[in-house]
Design a protein around this ligand. Structure first.
Ligand code: CTP
Length: 418
């Protein structure tokens, strides 16, 4: 099932160079299963043609309130009532000023004003030169429009079409898709703070070599994203992976297990849920050489001695807040075989109320997975799906557990921890 299946959006374009990004945004929306009605202002048509937007959306574009295609000649009423949301991207400084004043002398501002505000949300993706963006008039207008009920999305920072550099670029199409997903997601974790570990760790042998594993971090990043979309505050402690940070998530990059433990310890007091998806190296070289270990030509290989790394999850699960039920701990188990038996034993060993098992070699680096949720009552499968969907299902599962037992003593096996 596609993420936006069944959703119908009005995608409104006002005048700005960022209109070229709206073509890609429209394509992404359609690909994600949405239908999109494009409405363009006269200024927008200076930047991109309705022909392009019609081809991408598969619908004729509207640009005038006098359009006779609608039998009742009221496109502002008809188009706004059939939408699940109206997204203005790009939203120019002038268009924000028009919205703030409640102007309605062209179709796009007219349909924004005419929309039934309680059931058709309005989202704005500002796009303009940095001086225009910081101008008090613009800031005042966006603040007013937000007060009137619109959701004003952020802006990007960087090089602008005018050659200047600063705030005011429209968010990239993929970022806007993330914002839309977050907007539509049920807010099941409002008030919660999730601390998530993700990815592998890297244990140095010398400055150029080390020991790591095949974990890609994708599952942990997907959980961080889904939790933020569900309204939680999210801190993500990430081992060395090249994945973009989900929007709105605070990320702390680490290399080794010891650094991961330190980062977790610094953030865990604020957390209400700890999800340990990281594939933490069990051992590290006892001594990391400060200089690169060289071959001396004798054919002898260096002997490596190892020491055990701290078990981050086990430590957190033993903390007083976790034991008092104020911190809900979720462990992961990446196994190669006998998943149910190993994961059940691991849950008891780690003393966590919920352990999520998966077959490591089958999922490392992949975009999909299958999960086995194990708790004191038994187990349940989350069948094969994308990591994005599984993360949303797991977040929903965690949310229902939190609702069922807010800050209650928790049961691990037959033992009750208080
Ligand atoms: N974990 C951790 N710190 C460690 C090792 C593991 O926090 N030093 C966490 C992982 O993030 C995961 C869970 O513990 O949530 C289980 O990790 P896994 O590597 O599957 O288990 P191990 O305890 O290492 O056991 P084994 O390697 O014997 O399967």
């Amino acid at each position: 099932m596609k993420e936006f299946a069944g959703k119908h959006l009005v995608l409104g374009l006002s005048g700005g160079v960022a209109c070229y990004k709206s073509a890609e945004l429209c394509r992404l929306l359609i690909k994600a299963g949405a239908s999109g009605q494009i409405v363009m202002t006269e200024a927008a048509e200076q930047f991109i043609t309705p022909v392009t937007m019609q081809a991408l959306s598969g619908r004729t574009v509207y640009g005038s309130q006098w359009d006779t295609r609608e039998p009742n000649n009221m496109p502002h009423i008809n188009l706004s009532r059939e939408a699940d949301a109206i997204l203005i991207a790009p939203c120019s400084a002038d268009f924000a000023a028009r919205l703030a004043q409640g102007r309605s002398d062209e179709l796009l501002s007219l349909l924004c004003l005419a929309r039934p505000a309680e059931r058709v949300p309005l989202l704005l993706a500002p796009a303009m030169n940095r001086e225009m963006w910081v101008h008090p008039a613009t800031q005042r207008n966006f603040a007013q429009v937000a007060q009137d009920g619109a959701t004003v999305l952020g802006v990007g920072t960087g090089e602008q079409a005018c050659g200047e550099t600063g705030d005011g670029r429209m968010l990239e199409p993929a970022e806007l898709m993330e914002e839309l997903s977050a907007f539509f997601a049920p807010k099941q974790l409002v008030g919660q703070h999730l601390l998530v570990t993700a990815g592998p760790t890297f244990e140095a042998i010398d400055p150029v070599r080390g020991i790591t594993n095949l974990s890609s971090g994708k599952m942990g990043f997907a959980i961080a994203r889904a939790a933020r979309e569900a309204g939680a505050e999210v801190t993500l402690v990430a081992g060395p992976v090249h994945l973009p940070t989900p929007r709105g998530v605070r990320r702390i990059n680490v290399q080794s297990a010891e650094q991961m433990l330190m980062a977790v310890e610094q953030s865990v007091d604020a957390a209400t849920v700890f999800v340990a998806t990281a594939a933490v190296a069990d051992w590290r070289p006892a001594l990391a050489s400060e200089q690169k270990i060289k071959k001396d030509g004798s054919g002898e290989v260096p002997a490596l001695a190892f020491v055990e790394n701290p078990d981050i999850l086990a430590r957190v699960a033993q903390s007083p807040r976790a034991r008092a039920g104020q911190l809900f701990c979720v462990g992961f188990a990446a196994e190669s075989h006998d998943l149910l038996a190993h994961a059940t034993a691991k849950r008891l060993r780690k003393q966590v109320p919920l352990l999520v098992g998966n077959i490591g070699p089958a999922t490392f680096g992949q975009d999909d997975n299958a999960l086995l949720l194990i708790d004191a009552e038994g187990h349940r499968e989350l069948p094969h799906a994308s990591k994005r969907v599984l993360a949303q299902q797991l977040v929903a599962d965690i949310a229902s557990r939190l609702r069922a037992a807010p800050a209650a003593p928790r049961r691990v096996g037959a033992q009750v921890l208080v």
